[in-house]
Design a protein around this ligand. Structure first.
Ligand code: NCD
Length: 312
């Protein structure tokens, strides 16, 4: 089985069969990660550069770990420590790196569409989008899907709620594409000023501004951070007010009295979008998401490399 695409730029371009293939391959890699020796030689002759033009903790470490577990050679590049600060263009930087014989590029960039731009100019190098502006974050949606499937057995027919700053969240958009392609029902909740109104009709999701009603509806609540760094105007009154209206609190959950799986892509702002006791509760799979991220990224890198054997 092969992916229908040479790059992973977004979930938007994937077929449901691509998503299923990535998730089932990730399951095999998750088993590898439980062995005493967590490493396979699958990408032994493959060199990958991690190009991070924007801050990241989890995603960068997760990709690096996935690459090391696959025995790839890796190079890490952080924009602030490079010639980018001397005015070099994106394409020049990448062309210079590629002339050193690099096979794959994992890229995070604050500009939406940056990895798509690269893929047009570098058709022979596999590009993996690790988050582009407010557009997509495909590996996050894949690891979220893997974690939901692990907990609930399937995505089909499950009711998934995304809460918060939908407008500036690439995690939300990738999740919406993935979950609707795989037959889940999606609802969005958050302040009206952070809710893109087009989504309901264009993407086949429901919008419910009353958080309590939305929580009562769902099987899974994926709580998102307010992306303050992407907001250049005042879109809500204060973090405290936000917490009052849209914070997922144990008080609210106890009023609903239903077991809801709690997710968050991180970084968490405790006491703003989610209370500490909810983030650390038995229904929270937040750390499982991080664990599953490595297996999912191994699957993506492995499948895009075009290697045939999953290895021993
Ligand atoms: C997300 C991101 O960077 O888009 N985080 C992540 O990758 N784990 C979400 C966020 O920053 O809030």
């Amino acid at each position: 089985m092969q992916l229908s695409t040479k790059h992973l730029l977004g979930i938007k371009d994937l077929l449901p069969s691509d998503i299923s293939l990535i998730l089932s391959t990730a399951q095999q890699f998750k088993e590898v990660l439980q062995r005493p020796i967590k490493k396979v030689p699958s990408l032994r002759d493959v060199t990958i550069v991690n190009l991070f033009y924007e801050n990241s903790t989890r995603t960068r470490i997760s990709f690096e770990l996935a690459e090391k577990r696959l025995s790839a050679d890796t190079i890490n590049f952080a924009a602030s420590a490079s010639s980018v600060s001397k005015g070099e263009t994106l394409l020049d930087t990448v062309n210079n790196i590629l002339s050193m014989k690099v096979d794959m590029v994992v890229m995070r960039h604050s500009a939406s569409g940056a990895p798509h731009f690269l893929s047009k100019h570098l058709p022979d190098t596999a590009i993996v989008n690790a988050g582009d502006g407010i557009n997509e974050h495909p590996t996050q949606a894949l690891l979220d899907a893997f974690s939901i499937t692990e907990k609930l057995g399937t995505l089909e027919g499950k009711k998934i709620l995304l809460i918060g700053d939908i407008m500036h969240s690439r995690v939300a958009l990738s999740n919406i594409y993935l979950l609707t392609k795989m037959g889940a029902e999606v609802m969005l909740s958050g302040p009206p000023t952070l809710m893109p109104k087009y989504m309901e009709a264009a993407l086949g999701v429901k919008i419910e501004y009353n958080l309590k009603k939305a929580l009562a509806w769902c099987d899974v609540a994926n709580v998102l951070r307010i992306q303050l760094e992407r907001q250049n105007q005042v879109l809500f009154s204060s973090l405290r007010e936000y917490n009052r209206a849209y914070g997922v609190t144990s008080k609210l959950l106890s009023e609903i009295d239903k077991d809801i799986v709690i997710m968050h892509p991180g970084p968490i702002n405790r006491g703003v979008e989610i209370d500490s006791d909810v983030a650390d509760s038995k229904n929270s799979v937040i750390l499982k998401q991080v664990e599953n991220g490595v297996a999912v990224r191994m699957a993506v890198l492995y499948l895009l490399s075009g290697k045939k054997e999953l290895s021993s």
